[in-house]
Write a protein that binds this ligand. Structure first.
Ligand code: C5P
Length: 233
């Protein structure tokens, strides 16, 4: 399912001024943007409002993980801020996911997405916290739990996309970082897919940071990415 504007540009900047100077070079009809913990902690809701004033859909990537009542309040606050997408950690468990879903009813204006296993965690890290299944199995378990709790989708690595797509409903959204256009620097990403490969393997949204934010002409780069996606549709 190829969605309108599948690219979410990760605004991984230390302050509002740098983020706003990048978005000046972006076109909201071509992409959406992601605000994560560092930028939000420094620039707060005011920056989110400014991005929205400039017609950008905002993915508030704060990965909430707390008791159900607290997470429900947090996602409701994100919805009040008018963000397009917000996320929680699936490992917070069923009660937390259900409370978040209740606070943010399905088919409203804000998509509710879960993080399964952080891609920075390997088998050894999981064993240390008493998770004895493999990382791939744990990703599937948490994605199914998220789907059971009627979340709108999960964040997953491009590597996990084909299996999750085969296990979950067609309209369950897969949001995928670790994307690099062919020939681009990998930076610190290890397992990457090109935008076209990720879409072909079942991703719905691609989180792309440095390939766009560090490009001489970010909009031109986005157009190349979109052409690649559509060309190989
Ligand atoms: O610059 P780059 O395209 O590598 O940025 C990817 C973005 O996706 C960053 O904001 C990063 O934190 C996020 N991300 C990731 N891998 C995950 C989850 C999130 O790269 N597993």
């Amino acid at each position: 399912m190829l969605i309108d504007r599948p690219v979410i540009v990760a605004l991984d900047f230390p302050d509002a001024a740098s983020a706003l100077s990048l978005v000046e070079k972006l076109d909201p009809s071509l992409c959406r943007v992601k605000v994560g913990k560092e930028l939000f902690t420094r620039a707060g809701p005011e920056l989110v409002k400014e991005l929205q004033k400039q017609h950008f859909d905002v993915f508030l990537d704060l990965k909430y993980h707390d008791i159900p009542n607290t997470v429900a309040g947090a996602v409701a606050a994100a919805a009040d801020l008018g963000v397009w997408m917000v996320n929680v950690h699936a490992s917070g468990g069923r009660a937390m996911l259900e409370a978040a879903r209740t606070a943010l009813p399905k088919n409203g204006d804000t998509l509710l997405i879960a993080v399964t296993v952080l891609t920075s965690m390997g088998a050894e890290d999981l064993r240390e916290i008493s998770v004895t299944v493999t990382p791939d199995e744990q990703v599937s378990i948490l994605a199914k739990l998220s789907s059971d709790c009627e979340l709108d989708g999960v964040v997953c690595s491009a590597r996990e996309t084909p299996v999750l797509r085969s296990e979950l409903a067609d309209d369950f959204l897969l949001v995928t970082p670790g994307i690099r256009p062919a020939g681009d620097s990998l930076d610190d990403q290890k397992r990457v897919m090109t935008p076209a490969q990720a879409i072909q393997s079942g991703s719905n949204y691609l989180v792309i940071g440095r390939p766009v934010t560090q490009a001489d002409d970010p909009t031109a780069k986005l157009r190349i990415i979109m052409e690649e996606i559509h060309g190989k549709k």
